[in-house]
Design a protein around this ligand. Sequence first.
Ligand code: GAP
Length: 513
Amino acid sequence: MAQEDTFKKIVSHCKEYGFVFPSSDIYDGLAAVYDYGQNGVELKNNIKQYWWQSMVLLHENIVGIDSAIFMHPTIWKASGHVDAFNDPLIDNRDSKKRYRADVLIEDQLAKYDEKIDKEVAKARKRFGESFDEAMFRQTNPRVLENVQKRDALHARFEKALNDNDLAEIKQIILDEGIVCPISGTRNWTDVRQFNLMFKTEMGSTAEGASTIYLRPETAQGIFVNYLNVQKTGRMKIPFGIAQIGKAFRNEIVARQFIFRMREFEQMEMQFFVRPGTELEWFKRWKETRMAWHLALGFGAENYRFHDHEKLAHYANAASDVEFRMPFGFKEVEGIHSRTNFDLSQHEKYSGRQIKYFDPETNESYTPYVIETSIGVDRMFLSVMCHSYQEEQLENGETRVVLRLPAALAPVKLAVLPLVKKDGLPEKAREIMDELKFHFNCKYEEKDTIGKRYRRMDAIGTPYCITVDHDTLTDKCVTLRDRDTMQQQRVAISDLRGLIEDKVSITSLLKKLQ
Ligand code: GAP
């Protein structure tokens, strides 16, 4: 199945099974804004819990906060967002559609990669077992031609971005023959910068109201609370502050479902370190964060780091964790060495001294910061994309199964009476009433047992138990495993012991130790 088709299926699966709905659905939706449904919110909360606990439970020197979305407007001046949080946009005069100029060029780069991959796939099919991919990539003329074109475009694009040369960015679009996907024409306007922050007003009268912004990142809430937390928590450097919360960006091109949204959620951690040690900490946090991703069991081949060549003026190192989505490797998380830029700026704009007295060196300094910043929604999407599978069964049927890591699954155990009579529902309820205190259980009695299993597979429930007539006498149930579909007879009294460890967030956290 083409990757594009798979992605469409994942999007409709998310809606059909209560994971993600378009926002304001009955009013035909609101572009790039989504709501999480009954299963989505559970999965999302589990992701957040996994992140939060990995930060604040596993690190004695990391604490959490929850800062307000509305912040003093000067914060965004100090952080540079008012002046420089821009995307280069371009309009097509015929379709009247607006695009991010850099995204048009990135898509063009991806097209060269697709062409290369297609050549490789064709050759692999032709040569079978004896295919030497490395050799083919080094010698095939069509592959080499596309590599050369891609690299040349990449270098030119990189330079234009570094020079902030908007005219050159437009010229690249023209030279590459990039057309508007709607009108199919090259009738482009000039490239302009567009600020991504949403504005609103605070105050009751038009004259007295002041413009404030919906925060475009949660990080600034941490920076402006640095002194509060350091003092009240008596924190010693190195230490971190973690936060999960909503962020808002008026994205020009909001695409790929929940990958790029206008309202989204971030999980950010700022780690304050002694100047001069930041690159060592940067390396350590890259490793720590990659281990967090890998513990989910999606396979190392589906992740890679993308080290930034173009650095923001305040950063001295930056790297993205990219995950293989159906539409290519995409950024899920950013790890940034932000120097002391933000704290120094807030010191300057607020007039407050933001320093740390280091008792070990007897020095006062503005701490340097390593930031780890991951989007909850992008993480959710990567989990969905990796877990969604259509399987051909031995009996010829297909089943759709979400192979979610058990610790992230919305429902851990489905409790299913075989029939709706003979005391089986009552027995099932009795089991459920005991287990519901330990993990999320769902009771279902409607439809055949086969249909109920399928529904549970589709929402990723790792275990189902069936309560049958024998249960009333032998005090055992049939336990079915989602992935193997194997069934075993187990004592009711053993259920908690068999399931709890496997479905708990702790099971993931232990892999990180
Ligand atoms: N404080 C640093 C910061 O905000 P970023 O690379 O702009 O860095 C961090 O964003 C993460 O937030 C990204 O890796 C991504 O997962 C998520 N993110 C950013 N913009 C997003 C959007 N429009 N929709 C969904 N997630 C987004």
